[in-house]
Design a protein around this ligand. Structure first.
Ligand code: FPP
Length: 252
């Protein structure tokens, strides 16, 4: 079913972050192995990218593997790595042709060389595309991202490149993996869980949240449109107040 026109036009977010949760439960409830849930999760990801383009988003950030996910059984970790590799191998050309720019955020120092090479290949091939930026949070954890930024800034202060007084919000943001990417307007999490799980904690300071009761493999264009419609109905005040139009005075 096509979304109402207002979903596509009124108060559309520029950047949506997605916590793709519930693959395991989706599989379990059908008596299938967890890997099948992740496989179907990749299909949902393909649908989400196409819908994001159709809805005119500039950025879609997907949480594909967290630093905490390393604590899963080795077979599941290996399955997830395999799916990422296959996703890049199978989908990169198509993403390139669609005009998608791929950007990867997360730690890179502990990744196997073959994974690292694929991530870099995806970024290099698509770097000039402008239709949609697909930000893949892989091997990502927000606390580590912030700590790394703080360490880099501290090193610059110690080296005398900057002073402690130069350190402000903008500088910290410039040292995050997401430097140059606008903060997410909306974060969607599937599976009914209602938490951020170390995803874009700095960047989500003023994001709206929509928690969907469906598992990620069932996420489709209609679910995406429903989340955007909910976003469009929200009153974003960014810490200010919403006044009736006749009371709005612009300070000069
Ligand atoms: C959460 O479901 C999902 C993940 C940890 C991985 C997300 C991965 C995909 C959507 C597919 C892989 C895509 C790429 C590009 C690597 P869960 O396993 O935590 O589900 P559960 O909470 O029901 O167990």
């Amino acid at each position: 079913m096509a979304p109402k026109a207002d979903v596509l036009t009124a108060r559309a977010p520029r950047h949506v972050g997605v916590i793709m949760d519930g693959n395991g439960r989706w599989a379990l409830s059908r008596g299938l192995p967890r890997i099948e849930g992740h496989r179907r999760g990749v299909e949902a990801l393909r649908r989400a990218v196409r819908a994001a383009m159709e809805f005119g988003l500039d950025y879609l950030t997907v949480y594909s593997f967290s630093l905490e996910n390393w604590s899963r059984p080795v077979t599941e970790v290996s399955d997830l790595m395999g799916l990422l590799k296959r996703f890049i191998r199978d989908d990169l050309t198509e993403l390139y042709k669609l005009g998608v720019r791929v950007k990867v955020i997360g730690a890179r120092d502990n990744l196997k060389p073959d994974i690292l090479a694929l991530l870099e290949q995806a970024e290099t091939l698509t770097c000039a595309n402008t239709r949609l930026t697909l930000v893949v949070a892989f091997n990502y954890g927000s606390r580590q991202e912030i700590a790394t930024a703080a360490r880099q800034i501290a090193a610059k202060v110690a080296a005398g490149v900057i002073t402690a007084e130069d350190v402000d919000e903008a500088m910290l943001a410039q040292h995050l993996d997401t430097a140059g990417i606008p903060d997410p307007d909306l974060i969607i999490r599937t599976s009914g869980e209602q938490r951020l799980s170390n995803f874009l904690m700095w960047q989500a300071a003023y994001s709206e949240f929509v928690f969907l009761p469906i598992h990620w493999p069932d996420f489709d264009r209609q679910a995406f449109a429903a989340a955007l419609a909910e976003f469009a109905a929200r009153d974003r005040r960014f810490g200010g107040v919403t006044l009736p139009p006749e009371n709005v005075k612009v300070q000069r």
